[in-house]
Design a protein around this ligand. Structure first.
Ligand code: ATP
Length: 300
């Protein structure tokens, strides 16, 4: 195992940030922690990178204990925190040099690992980090986290606030790093990114709801979901929520994902009901569950 977490709990004054968390990440795996803001993801990253001590439980990274072997972990892992990982007043090159130096290495020594990413930011190597775009900052931060050739890479919400094209490129880079044998633990609030992981842990309010492959998670979704559209989204949601047989209703892009409580659900009854609510252009179609649906169901 590359990462092993056993019964970890952490409380800050009143907030129970993590409650009895256990999971394992295999060597070379791309493992996602998926959950909304405040779920406890950053707290878990801080514990695994030895910056925070848990109240209870134990954790191992690459065979080292987060408490007893903290120095070995600090030398051997790469960490890209959600915020403030770069020195805004230093240039691209200076930031990279800085991280290489504190790990006792040089850019040249490990250039192979970062080359593919670095060439994209090289044209801006004399620009201060604070003046880079979100996507460029993210690439530089990833280079800095990789400069000492870590065995395990921790990425805390690396794509938050980054445009969709850069997000896609970033995930392609992660896949390539994984092929080089690096174990990756990545957190994201974006459910579409969850599909790109080998396995995911859905986390909410400091608890793990489920650990699965993304494919198995949607496959074992136990209920039928309908995609419903109408001329007035607000009225549609309000009406569906007032419908006696509704089990769950939640907005999904320009549609609503709806689950009915009845075994013998007929779309005709629902259509009649919605028409009686002064809605028009109504469409009701059965749809495939997504990871977001699984998350909503598990957190109910
Ligand atoms: N230093 C702190 N002092 C008090 N409460 C904290 C502290 N850090 C986090 N919390 C609380 O612990 C809970 C988990 O926070 P954490 O930052 O780990 O979650 P997260 O999933 O990373 O979310 P975010 O993306 O918002 O950082 C939240 O309720 C948060 O308000």
């Amino acid at each position: 195992m590359s990462i092993s977490v056993k019964h970890i709990s952490k409380t800050y004054k009143k907030a129970k940030a993590l409650q009895n968390i256990s999971f394992e990440v295999k060597k070379g795996e791309l493992f996602g922690l998926i959950g909304p803001d405040g779920a406890g993801k950053t707290t878990l990253f801080r514990i695994l990178t030895t910056l925070l001590i848990p109240d209870e439980g134990t954790a191992n990274v690459d065979g080292f204990d987060v408490f007893n072997d903290y120095k070995k972990i600090r030398n051997g892992v790469g960490y890209m925190p959600g915020k403030f990982s770069l020195y805004q007043d230093l240039t691209v090159k200076e930031n990279l040099n800085f991280f290489a130096t504190i790990f006792g290495t040089t850019i040249e020594e490990n250039y192979d690992l970062i080359k593919e990413i670095y060439v994209q930011i090289e044209p801006f190597k004399n620009r201060r980090a604070g003046k880079l775009s979100g996507g460029m900052k993210q690439k530089l931060a990833l280079c800095c986290a990789l400069i000492h050739k870590p065995e395990v890479l921790f990425l805390d919400e690396p794509t938050t606030g980054v445009d969709p094209v850069s997000r896609k490129e970033f995930w392609e880079m992660l896949k390539r790093l994984q092929q080089k044998g690096i174990t990756i633990l990545v957190s994201t609030p974006y459910m579409d990114e969850a599909e790109l992981c080998d396995r995911i842990a859905l986390i909410q309010d400091g608890k793990i709801l489920e650990i699965e492959t993304p494919q198995a998670l949607v496959k074992k979704f136990p209920k039928s979901i309908y995609n419903i559209g109408a001329n007035n989204m607000y009225q549609l949601i309000k009406s569906l929520k007032s419908y006696s047989y509704q089990y769950s209703v939640f907005p999904f892009g320009e549609f609503v994902h709806y689950i009915d409580t009845r075994e013998n659900f007929s779309t005709r009854d629902l259509l009649q009901f919605l028409e009686s609510q002064s809605l028009s252009d109504i469409t009701i179609e059965k749809t495939q569950p997504t990871i977001e649906d699984a998350f909503m169901e598990l957190s109910k």
